[in-house]
Design a protein around this ligand. Structure first.
Ligand SMILES: [Zn+2]
Ligand SMILES: [Zn+2]
Length: 252
């Protein structure tokens, strides 16, 4: 058989296989499970409710502003109470739709969602991933990990396209099993996670830019506690990239 005939046969086989897969496992909206064109898509009503985080926002904490500000604007909160992290970015605003996806991933074992969440993060923040020296998840305490069976942030990292050599899944450890932050206010959250994290002894972050991955950024208490540890250990900068951010408007 000639080379081009083999190629045509392979393409035909691939097309047939993809059609069979779509027939057996039809692509569903990531949020409401209505039928959509491709896996990873949202249906039109869900898509219209999803809100991308767009400028203007604080250069440091990423807090979104409704009025126009200068490009390198740092919000009064960051100026007054200098956070230990240097850059915080998120793909979506935490609203009913993004919340549904995160909760489905975390509480209902819909681990396939991490693949698409990771892809949204890679395609929107490729530059951050490119510039960081280390990409690591916010760690879970082993008891919660045992209960949930997976760390949602680590799953998302697995699906960030490329950067294999930068990914360190056990960079940090959570040695204090803190209560879930959801119902706490900002001051209680900070107290809750104080001294909860440590750097795994086998890693050196001196002079490195560490990018922490989280599902949702709320008050910054958790990321702040991790950033403090990393900075103490000599990290040059600590960044955070999350799937969604609550900006104080919503609670997780
Ligand atoms: Zn939908
Ligand atoms: Zn800020």
């Amino acid at each position: 058989m000639k080379k081009n005939q083999v190629k045509a046969l392979k393409q035909l086989w691939k097309k047939w296989w993809n059609n069979t897969l779509s027939f057996l496992f039809p692509p569903l909206c990531l949020s409401c499970k209505k039928h959509v064109h491709n896996w990873g898509d949202f249906c039109a009503p869900c898509w219209s409710e999803l809100v991308y985080v767009t400028e203007p926002f604080c250069k440091q904490c990423g807090r979104v502003f409704e009025f126009k500000i200068e490009d390198d604007f740092v919000c009064p909160k960051c100026i007054q109470d200098q956070p230990p992290y240097d850059i915080v970015r998120a793909v979506f605003i935490y609203n009913d739709i993004s919340k549904k996806i995160i909760l489905k991933l975390k509480n209902h074992d819909s681990t396939y969602l991490a693949k698409y969440m990771g892809r949204y993060m890679s395609s929107n923040f490729h530059e951050l991933l490119e510039k960081a020296d280390i990409i690591a998840p916010i760690p879970l305490h082993w008891r919660r990990l045992l209960k949930r069976k997976f760390n949602q942030s680590a799953l998302m990292i697995q699906h960030l396209e490329g950067f294999r050599e930068k990914k360190i899944y056990d960079l940090m450890q959570r040695h204090k099993n803190t209560p879930i932050q959801g119902t706490l206010d900002e001051a209680s959250r900070i107290k809750n996670v104080k001294s909860a994290f440590k750097l795994s002894p086998q890693y050196n972050v001196k002079g490195k830019i560490v990018l922490l991955i989280d599902d949702v950024f709320t008050t910054g208490a958790t990321v702040g506690a991790c950033a403090k540890v990393l900075k103490r250990k000599g990290a040059k900068e600590v960044w955070c990239l999350s799937f969604a951010r609550a900006d104080g408007k919503f609670k997780d």
